[in-house]
Unconditional design. Structure first.
Length: 70
């Protein structure tokens, strides 16, 4: 979507993503803060998915105690 073709069929040019810089900085600060706290793996994945909208964690298969995918 929105990619521009080039003469080389393996190279495509994209466009910058529109974003709210202030909101993004707030989200980064929030990620930084919770990364220093004891949070459940599921909570960390949820927060990351709010910042990186293309990240789709499988929250149903996170081992709460181990912090790993079951």
């Amino acid at each position: 979507e929105g990619m521009k073709d080039t003469p080389n069929k393996l190279i495509h040019i994209g466009h910058p993503i529109e974003m709210n810089d202030e909101q993004f900085l707030q989200q980064i600060h929030r990620l930084d803060r919770i990364s220093r706290e004891e949070v459940e793996p599921m909570e960390m994945k949820r927060v990351v998915s709010e910042v990186v909208t293309t990240y789709k964690p499988d929250l149903d298969h996170v081992d709460q105690e181990q912090g790993i995918i079951a």
